[in-house]
Design a protein around this ligand. Structure first.
Ligand code: THU
Length: 237
């Protein structure tokens, strides 16, 4: 991992602002984050939000955020991370050469038991409603995601969006299938915001939903979001 690789991994077709960062956890592990934009701009996932969510999903505590000098993290976000996690900030060029978090799972895992176990990693102080997600990437491996909540509800991310943001942070942008599970509730189904994000990254791939009652449904992503928002006025950079 180096800054150039990380910077190239940001998904910023609308602004071109290649916002990236690395978060160091208390465990000594490093979590990369890149900006992942959405055609509906407010659904954009920030680099810091992505890296800190990955860190917390590992039961780790974020301690230090390092970013290039060009990353202008807004004051309100910086204050939020400082007050809720006492994170320190460093702007510069130093990047670790090892001890990175590994979000990948091998292609031969059993999907449903893995999703069930993954629920334990969800960070849900507000809802106590755990969701897990596996994103199958084109080489057959999977990327993990769980929902991560913060005292500021709007900063939290659903499991699906954590998985997609993590994939980009690790340079993966080609996805085959998505698997989602929630133990509670009869029926699990991606929320509206996740549908918007899912459809931007895999417009017509299967989304498998493993429900709390142990039934399963599959739907192609294009059916999740009829009449979705698009506009050629939002020219890609
Ligand atoms: N949640 C997900 O993780 N995925 C969804 O598609 C639906 C909602 C999470 C978000 C929040 O942490 C909790 O469930 C309650 O909304």
């Amino acid at each position: 991992m180096d800054w150039k690789l990380l910077t190239n991994s940001a998904y910023v077709p609308f602004s071109g602002e290649r916002e990236v960062c690395v978060v160091e956890g208390k465990s000594g592990k490093y979590y990369p984050g890149v900006r992942v934009e959405n055609i509906s701009y407010p659904l954009t996932i920030h680099a810091d939000q992505s890296a800190i969510s990955q860190c917390l999903s590992q039961g780790d505590q974020p301690q230090k955020l390092t970013a290039p000098k060009s990353f202008h993290i807004p004051e309100h976000r910086r204050q939020f991370w400082e007050s809720d996690f006492s994170i320190s900030f460093e702007f510069g060029d130093s990047l670790p050469s090892e001890n990175w978090y590994n979000p990948f799972l091998k292609s031969d895992i059993s999907v449903f038991p893995t999703l069930q176990k993954l629920l334990d990693q969800a960070v849900t102080p507000n809802s106590d409603f755990q969701v897990s997600c596996l994103l199958k990437i084109s080489d057959g491996r999977y990327i993990r995601g769980v929902n991560v909540e913060f005292s500021d509800w709007q900063t939290g991310l659903c499991a699906e969006r954590v998985a997609i943001a993590t994939a980009y942070a690790f340079g993966v942008s080609s996805f085959d299938e998505l698997f989602v599970h929630a133990r509670k509730g009869e029926f699990v189904s991606p929320c509206g915001a996740c549908r918007q994000v899912i459809c931007e990254h895999f417009p017509n791939q299967p989304v498998h939903m493993f429900h709390g009652d142990l039934t399963e449904s599959t739907i192609y992503s294009s059916y999740l979001l009829p009449y979705s928002f698009t506009s050629t006025d939002l020219n890609k950079t």
